[in-house]
Ligand binder design. Structure first.
Ligand code: AMP
Length: 267
């Protein structure tokens, strides 16, 4: 595995690499990231992983400061999974990039866009540059960050960027909790609380409840269990808007807090 720190070094690889897969991450890698890497290994000759903890994606300095980071372990995980190139640009390197040359998709003011203003602008800044410099044919993104996936898809589409987006399922632990770097900030009690909530959401969804009942029941559960939340939404994936009240076809999105750690998931 080769560790690359400068975009210039990547540029020099452009001509020799034909089929490559790319997994952008913020580090603190777990089995969810490993699943994306495995998918890329199956479909490409060369796999790139990037690690960049982007401050522009964080609304609060404290959240950025507390975000788990373990680069030594990340390198080990990438080596174990036979990643070919690990791109770890410095803050200086990234902020010297001139970006925002391309069109921005219209981002609906719901969920992460509403509660974390500027977050997706930060995501697209990095994606714009990385998709310019990395010789990628396919990019691997997790459904765990469904709204992000949708926005990157729209962004590629309006800018006619020819990188194929491979949507990957959310990897969960044995109790149903979506793996997330932020889970490392939770104690056992809160991990259990989070898994119970996700299992409750799955149960409510499996009972074929309408969108309005699902939202009502989940909000009631959150209140009863004293779990703070930013939103609970039933979203129609075609329009990417609130699903009709009586609809049975929707995906449930949630952002909630346990011990001040903010988790997102969708079912
Ligand atoms: P992050 O490092 O959290 O920015 O995530 C990098 C990529 O990994 C994103 O495309 C995420 O959606 C994806 N990802 C994060 N957690 C999981 C998970 N539990 N299962 C599958 N993909 C994930």
């Amino acid at each position: 595995m080769r560790i690359v720190k400068k975009s210039k070094e990547i540029n020099s690889l452009f001509n020799s690499i034909k089929s490559s897969g790319f997994i952008p991450t913020m580090g603190s890698l777990h089995k969810g990231h490993e699943f994306l890497i495995m998918k890329s290994k199956q479909q490409n000759n060369v796999t790139f992983v990037s690690i960049f903890l982007n401050p522009k994606q964080f609304n609060y300095k404290k959240d950025l400061k507390n975000y788990p980071s373990n680069i030594t372990n990340d390198i080990k995980i990438c080596k174990k999974n036979k990643v070919d190139y690990l791109f770890i640009p410095s803050f200086k390197e990234v902020y010297s990039w001139k970006t925002y040359k391309k069109k921005f998709p219209k981002i609906k003011n719901i969920m992460e866009q509403k509660f974390r203003s500027g977050h997706f602008k930060g995501v697209l800044q990095v994606i714009e540059k990385l998709s310019d410099i990395l010789p990628a044919k396919r990019i691997y993104l997790g459904e765990k960050d469904y709204q992000q996936l949708k926005i990157i898809k729209d962004y590629f589409s309006i800018n006619k960027i020819k990188i194929k987006i491979i949507k990957c399922k959310t990897i969960r632990d044995k109790n149903g909790l979506a793996l997330s770097s932020r889970n490392k900030l939770l104690n056992f009690k809160n991990i259990t609380k989070a898994s119970k909530l996700i299992n409750y959401i799955k149960k409510v969804k499996n009972k074929k409840n309408s969108a309005s009942s699902v939202t009502r029941l989940i909000k009631k559960y959150l209140k009863q269990n004293k779990i703070k939340f930013d939103y609970v939404k039933c979203i129609n994936l075609k329009s990417f808007e609130n699903s009709k009240k009586n609809s049975l076809k929707f995906r449930i999105f949630i952002a909630f807090y346990l011990n001040k750690v903010r988790l997102i998931d969708n079912v």
